[in-house]
Structure formats: structure tokens, C-alpha cells
Design a protein around this ligand. Sequence first.
Ligand SMILES: [Zn+2]
Length: 127
Amino acid sequence: MLDTTRSPDATTLVDSETGRRRAHHGDRLLCAGCRRAVTSERERVPVQGSVEHRFTNPNGIIYDIACFADAPGCGAVGAATAEFTWFAGYRWRIGVCRHCGVHLGWRYDGSGPSFYGLIRARLVAER
Ligand SMILES: [Zn+2]
């Protein structure tokens, strides 16, 4: 059992079953650049069998991303393309922070429900 009343940092308790940090005081995830709200933990959704994925882009850059059903703080820019898509049947657009414009990840539209694949390192939990 987790005791939040005496924790010095109640927002980042570790779940004893999964070992993952989980949010207790609100579950909003903020842009690491400007700390405005982007999405929330409850929007996390599995795509192709997993919420979290590791992909390498054509330039060899590795991205650890998590999938979210919605991300109101993330805007999609540019034209949708299926080129090099990481999710079969989906086209992607660049996803940027609506407030500061930093690249947060990608928006995917295609054969199933639309979702956002956001770079985990570009999101921080609200404190
Ligand atoms: Zn931002």
C-alpha cells in the first residue's frame, strides 16, 4: 500500500507491482520545454500491442515514444505521409507543442483510431 500523506514527493511514487512511476496528484504530462500541459497519463493507449515503443528514424536517431489517444497540447503540422511510418496502416504528421513549438512527437491517422506517439523524454510529469 502506498502512503501518500507523508511522502515528500507524492507525485512520483513507484508502483509496487510494475516498478513504474505513477502520478497521484493529477496525472498531467507537461512539455519539457515550456511546462505547459500536453496530455495526461490516462490518455495512454496501446497501439500494435504496446503503449511504449522504441523506433529508429532513417537518420539513425532512436526515439522512445509512448502512445496517447489524445494530446490537446500537441499540434500537428505539415502534410500527412506514410513514408517510413512506424505504424502499419497509419500516416503521420509532425507533432509540436502548441505553446513553444518544440517537437514532441507525431500524430497518426489511419486504419484505426487516431493517436499521438510522443517522445517520452520531451514530457515531464506535473509536480
Ligand atoms: Zn512547450
